[in-house]
Design a protein around this ligand. Structure first.
Ligand code: SF4
Length: 393
């Protein structure tokens, strides 16, 4: 057979296999990156429509709260962290955090996502007190907080194991962990000298997530592309997630609720110019590959904060079924050039409708909590002007 025809046939066979939802081998998944973008999109969209409600795109009303920006890890891609000596370093008080949660409650929010740095000056009791305070003051709000890197930091500070740390935090009110710090789960990439040699290792990140899942805590998995990683390394990174998900579902049924990927944001940070980054084409390609490769995860988020609304809308045809969350306040990727810091509910709803889907508000467990009245929402004025929020400086 003529080589070109043979290659075309094998691409079609691979796409058919992927579109039917069959499990792919690492070699097959890597080949997906070499296929035409829109053929890949069609396969990913077919799988998304089999696994989630085809006409619906979900979203969450939540708020990110960055309780402190003091961190001793020093990732070269991070524009958020400060040392304690820097004039603009901060730790929010319990009252300041509570005030932010009250603003979230006022707009019907259901979750806070709390992350800071690895702050060696905060005692473990501070975290326990914070959780207990928030649960007392805001019992209806789910608290998803502290990425595996922060959990590891608390373990180092207290001498406890990460499992013991998680258990104490859970007893104090923690409901789940953000998926932050996934990036590329291959140490040769994540811990490279020009990226983040002090970063939590891939094994440790997976280990903390496995422990959290065993305790029944909510977790998500994240991925950042653009560090110069190879396609094989992207597949290997996602394989760590797929393997843990297999094990979690088989042993206790509590695995990752969602997978979220985006591109490296590097504007004005130390890594700028040292790695290739990734554009919209690569982002969409990776969303589609992740939908096809991670056959044991149901929900995939589009990332409007980093990619902008239009690319995020397009991702809804590349395998994503969720438009993420309002955030109300984002201070991490926005300090490395991300496009948006927050989006009010009516804007998220507008984006979903304009993309051709029915918007439904979900909670952080992906349960539908409300079908918004689109006409009323789009006509309404915002109850709080979030555009007036001061930037954390
Ligand atoms: S990404 Fe996280 S761990 Fe790395 S420097 Fe920033 S705050 Fe610290």
């Amino acid at each position: 057979m003529i080589p070109a025809i043979s290659a075309r046939l094998s691409a079609m066979t691979l796409l058919d296999k992927a579109a039917s939802g069959n499990r792919l081998s690492p070699g097959e998944a890597e080949q997906l990156y070499h296929l035409p973008l829109f053929a890949l999109a069609a396969a990913a969209d077919a799988v998304r429509r089999q696994r989630t409600e085809p006409e619906v795109v979900t979203y969450l009303i939540d708020r990110n709260i960055n309780y402190s920006n003091i961190c001793n890890v020093g990732c070269s891609f991070c524009g958020f962290y400060r040392t304690r000596r820097q004039a603009d370093s901060y730790v929010l008080s319990l009252a300041e955090i509570s005030a932010k949660v009250r603003e979230l409650e006022a707009v019907g929010g259901t979750r806070i996502l709390m992350q800071g740095g690895v702050n060696p000056y905060l005692p473990f009791s501070w975290y326990l007190e914070l959780l207990a305070h928030l649960k007392r003051q805001h019992p209806a709000i789910r608290i998803e907080a502290f990425s595996p890197e922060e959990i590891k930091g608390m373990a180092g500070l207290t001498g406890m194991t990460t499992f013991e740390v998680l258990k104490e935090l859970q007893a104090a009110g923690l409901d789940g962990l953000p998926g932050g710090g996934g990036e590329i789960l291959v140490d040769a990439v994540r811990k490279a000298k020009h990226i983040s040699p002090a970063r939590i290792s891939a094994d440790e990140w997976i280990g903390v997530m496995a422990e959290a899942q065993r305790l029944g805590l909510y977790t998500t998995a994240t991925m950042v592309i653009g560090f110069g990683e190879t396609f094989a390394e992207r597949i290997a990174s996602m394989k760590r997630v797929r393997d843990l998900q297999d094990a979690a579902l088989a042993t206790h049924g509590n695995g990752f609720s969602a997978f979220i990927s985006w591109t490296l944001q590097s504007k004005g940070v130390r890594i700028e110019g040292k790695v290739p980054g990734a554009g919209a084409h690569e982002y969409l390609q990776n969303v589609a590959v992740s939908r096809l490769w991670l056959d044991n995860i149901v929900n995939f988020q589009a990332s409007w904060p980093t990619m902008g609304y239009k690319v995020a809308q397009t991702a809804l045809y590349f395998g994503a079924n969720d438009f993420g969350s309002t955030m109300l306040e984002e201070n991490v990727v926005s300090q490395a050039g991300a496009k948006h810091r927050h989006t009010p509910e009516r804007e998220i709803v507008r984006q979903i409708v304009d993309a051709g889907f029915i918007p439904k508000q979900r909670d952080s467990l992906y349960r539908i909590v409300r079908t918004p009245d689109v006409a009323a929402l789009l006509a309404a004025k915002p109850s709080i002007d979030f555009s007036s929020l001061p930037a954390i400086s």
